[in-house]
Design a protein around this ligand. Structure first.
Ligand code: UDX
Length: 448
């Protein structure tokens, strides 16, 4: 099938490459000339396991084409996917200007009927706005061309995006047109083989499904973080509680890991956007507001432990920081807990020596060179001359470190772990004072 994807961000690029891989003819359009040039030269703008060979092999095979020309994309695709960004505006609502400008470009250049698919995470009602915009521009240009608008949200996770796209657990098609439904079924047929994963619904329900999924997951995390905080007050260990409740299949083990808060490009933005949408229709969205408030506080948790441990005397401290990315297997630092922590440490007069397996370039891009941040080449180097260690991301390489070396290198045998990677008993054996989330030490200053 002939497919065009507008926007080569995470969603657009991964989805385009995966469509090309199963034999569809895909053109990707983006306004960013540098990005498109890089992609043509095999330089992939994001770190995502498995993506580079997928993009380059399909580009070489001619099934994946990159262009800065909307006309090229619109002429090519019978199905046109909008996968551009919807960044939050000043009050947290999703900014639709990129989506609507793609709609304008499509209407301007289309000569034959098209199926227009919104894949960006967009507030309920956006497909209607896209439809109106298309109609308005087509009318202005005197073109009676036919089109359908479909909502087809994606559910990929950074770090596992290629696998998620290749083996989706559901394919949501929001449409009121049987013709469009059958075209999308054909588009996704290669991914819908073992059992039917396609769920067809009206457009607004599809749009809300995407927000509901992310907000539910964010709610699970904030709920667990609240249990972790309570566990500290009650003298319980949240890791036991986690296993205890996860064994109930109605609750499940996934997404109940307490930690120093959720980040990334989706959860914080989508929770905020649904709150704003709810307010706009006069609904208070109390659960979502609490989810967001708990997460904001949770991102300050590590600093809270550190501040209390040192009675606020942090000026001149050198802090080893492991993990900058918002989660493992990505170089993405958007809304990462590490950023909140570093800002607080700097504010208190401490300096940071950081290491991350992938996000070093991103940290350099965000912070440039500043005297209170040193980016180190290895996790061991980050410990050199440091006073204590803080962990913000659960990269595999942090799971079994050389504990005696940590103790030897730090001026104080002190580890603050925002991802609960280690067993407090073992840390005690190594002679390390260990603060984890919801495990008691932070409140009592000794093992439970
Ligand atoms: C998420 C959704 O999982 C995905 O389905 C959607 O399409 C986009 O948003 P992503 O942002 O890539 O994906 O990351 P995810 O793996 O979901 O993690 C989000 C954040 O939650 C991370 O900061 C992670 O550390 C945190 N998290 C996750 C927890 O704190 N505890 C958990 O139990 C799980």
């Amino acid at each position: 099938m002939k497919v065009t994807v507008f926007g080569v961000g995470y969603v657009g690029l991964v989805q385009a490459a995966v469509f090309a891989e199963v034999g569809h003819d895909v053109v990707c359009v983006d306004v960013d000339e540098n990005k498109i040039d890089d992609l043509k030269n095999g330089i992939i703008p994001i770190f995502e396991p498995g993506l580079t060979p997928l993009v380059t092999s399909n580009y070489d095979a001619g099934r994946l084409v990159f262009s800065t020309q909307p006309r090229h994309g619109v002429e090519h695709g019978d199905l046109i996917i909008i996968a551009v960004g919807t960044p939050p505006d000043e009050d947290g609502a999703a900014d639709l200007s990129h989506v609507l400008s793609v709609a304008t470009a499509i209407a301007t250049h289309m000569q034959t009927p098209k199926i227009i698919i919104t894949k960006s995470t967009v507030p309920v009602g956006t497909a209607d706005k896209v439809r109106l915009k298309l109609r308005e521009v087509l009318d202005e240009l005197g073109k009676p061309t036919d089109f359908d608008v479909v909502s087809n949200p994606e559910f990929l996770k950074e770090g596992a995006a290629v696998g998620d796209c290749m083996r989706p657990d559901r394919i949501i098609i929001g449409t009121d047109s049987t013709k469009a439904e059958s075209k999308l079924r054909e588009l996704y047929a290669p991914f819908n083989r073992n059992h039917d994963k396609v769920i067809v619904m009206d457009i607004r329900s599809a749009e809300l499904t995407k927000y509901a999924a992310n907000c539910m997951l964010a709610t699970k995390i904030s709920f667990m973080n609240e249990m972790a905080n309570l566990a500290e007050y009650f003298g319980a260990d949240v890791e036991h509680v986690r296993r205890g409740i996860g064994s109930d299949p109605r609750i499940g083990y996934q997404f109940i890991y307490p930690g120093c808060g959720y980040g990334g490009s989706c959860f914080p933005k989508d929770v905020q956007a649904l709150i704003r949408s709810a307010h706009a229709v006069g609904y208070p969205a109390r659960i979502l507001e609490s989810v967001e408030a708990v997460n904001k506080e949770q991102k300050m948790k590590l600093f809270d432990y550190i501040y209390r441990h040192f009675n606020g005397h942090l000026a001149g401290k050198k802090v080893a920081l492991w993990g900058l990315a918002f989660k493992p297997n990505t170089d993405d630092m958007r809304e990462a807990s590490s950023r909140v922590l570093m800002e607080q440490l700097w504010q208190a007069g401490a300096t940071v020596q950081a290491y991350d397996p992938q996000a070093m370039d991103e940290a350099q891009r965000i912070y440039g060179s500043r005297s209170d941040l040193k980016l180190m080449g290895t996790k061991e180097a980050a410990l050199d001359g440091a006073d204590f260690l803080v962990i913000c991301t659960e990269w595999q390489v942090f799971r079994a470190p050389d504990f005696p070396l940590i103790k030897e290198k730090l001026s104080e045998p002190l580890v603050f772990d925002g991802r609960n990677l280690y067993e407090p008993d073992r840390m005690l054996e190594y002679g390390l004072l260990y603060y984890a989330i919801g495990r008691g030490l932070s409140v009592q200053g000794h093992k439970l």
